[in-house]
Design a protein around this ligand. Structure first.
Ligand SMILES: CC(C)(COP(=O)(O)OP(=O)(O)OC[C@H]1O[C@@H](n2cnc3c(N)ncnc32)[C@H](O)[C@@H]1OP(=O)(O)O)[C@@H](O)C(=O)NCCC(=O)NCCS
Length: 339
């Protein structure tokens, strides 16, 4: 068995197809019914990172033309946490390939200066047994909710989208937020740290409270082949953003939209802005992304406000996700003990 580091920018077309094939074999086996990946702009998805971030790709194979598994580790610029994604083909599981990839990935994490490694795991999949076995612990539980396009009550959405409280106005922005709103948008993002905010942590995104990093963050999404759609609530008296909701659609899985952050600044809550913004954004998506089948979102079970709004809109909880975590030195010890 060989493990090789790949440079995403230099991967051959065959490498890209193989990479995609492993993702789809994993999806078919572990999450049947979830959308398939396609290789369109997969290279961009793998190679582009936020400035200052690091990412390493590894593949495992016996025959170079047939990848048996792969792993990705991403370290965001000022955070010593390595986000790990490992997948092996279902027919070769239980043969030590996942562990071999994790061993090389842990070495990469060390070289990148990480002190902790984490992985997002769907609670119903075999990955749970794997990460448990290697000593990872659950740091966070999130509920994944799905809103299926076929189940959307568009009349309800139209009514909800029109219920804008007095003194507020909704504005839709595709791709990014105009510079004139960057400061207030970033200020609202800072409210994400409040206890009732939804927990959303994705490798390609981080809640930035820095206005000057916002444009870069949106730009990175676009470079990765992902299309951000943003709805904001503006306070007409101050012409400032006081609420926002973001949905991202990827070229690599274009029928599935990801709901990113939704947050309303504390002085502007209880006016129904979250519901209005989300409904209005869904109406935009109906026009602009007609290929969509569903929207997924992740929330903490404790985020009662957000969960209530999502339920009203038709989101249904279908599966739990775990954020697994382990200190790097504990992982290295566990990998060595097991040999
Ligand atoms: C997790 C995954 C990478 C494991 O790959 P694998 O090649 O089967 O793992 P290994 O054979 O190297 O197993 C390593 C150890 O974990 C144990 N293990 C693996 N899967 C296990 C399971 N489902 N239950 C219990 N133990 C498990 C093995 O027995 C082995 O233990 P050992 O060291 O005592 O021999 C594979 O199941 C996978 O690709 N899952 C999908 C990945 C995924 O969920 N991605 C995220 C989706 S969002």
């Amino acid at each position: 068995m060989r493990v090789e580091e790949l440079n995403a920018a230099q991967m051959s077309t065959d490498d890209i197809e193989q990479w995609c094939d492993v993702l789809n074999a994993m999806t078919d086996s572990d999450m049947p019914g979830e959308p398939q990946w396609n290789s369109h702009r997969l290279r961009d998805y793998l190679s582009q990172t936020l400035p200052g971030s690091q990412r390493k790709l590894l593949v495992a194979y016996e025959d170079r033309g047939h990848f048996l598994g792969h792993s990705v580790i991403t370290r965001l610029s000022d955070d010593p946490v390595g986000i790990v994604e490992i997948a092996t083909r279902p027919e070769v599981r239980g043969q030590g390939i996942g562990k071999l990839l994790l061993r090389h990935t842990a070495d990469s994490a060390e070289a990148m200066g990480c002190d902790t490694v984490c992985a997002e795991v769907i609670a119903t999949t075999p990955a749970v047994g794997f990460y448990d076995r290697l000593g990872f612990e659950i740091a966070e539980l999130e509920h994944r909710h799905l809103l299926r396009w076929d189940n959307i009550d568009w009349e309800f959405m139209e009514t909800a989208a029109k219920r804008v409280a007095a003194d507020y106005e909704l504005r839709y922005f595709p791709g990014s937020v105009p510079a004139s709103y960057a400061d207030s948008y970033a200020d609202v993002k800072a409210h994400l740290h409040s206890p009732e905010a939804p927990i959303v942590w994705l490798p390609e995104w981080r809640p930035s409270a820095e206005a000057n990093q916002l444009a870069t963050a949106f730009d990175t999404l676009r470079k990765r082949g992902m299309r951000p759609h943003i709805m904001v609530a503006i306070n007409e008296r101050t012409d400032e953003v006081v609420g926002l909701t973001e949905v991202v659609v990827s070229n690599q899985r274009p029928t599935r939209a990801d709901q990113y952050d939704t947050v309303v600044a504390s002085g502007h809550r209880s006016y129904g802005l979250a519901m209005t913004m989300k409904a209005a954004l869904l109406l935009e998506l109906r026009q602009r992304e007609p290929q969509l089948h569903d929207v997924q979102t992740w929330t903490s079970p404790d985020a009662q406000d957000v969960n209530w709004v999502n339920a009203q809109l038709g989101f249904v909880h279908d599966v739990n996700w775990y954020d697994y975590e382990i200190p790097l030195h504990t992982l290295k010890k566990s990998l060595n003990d097991g040999t």
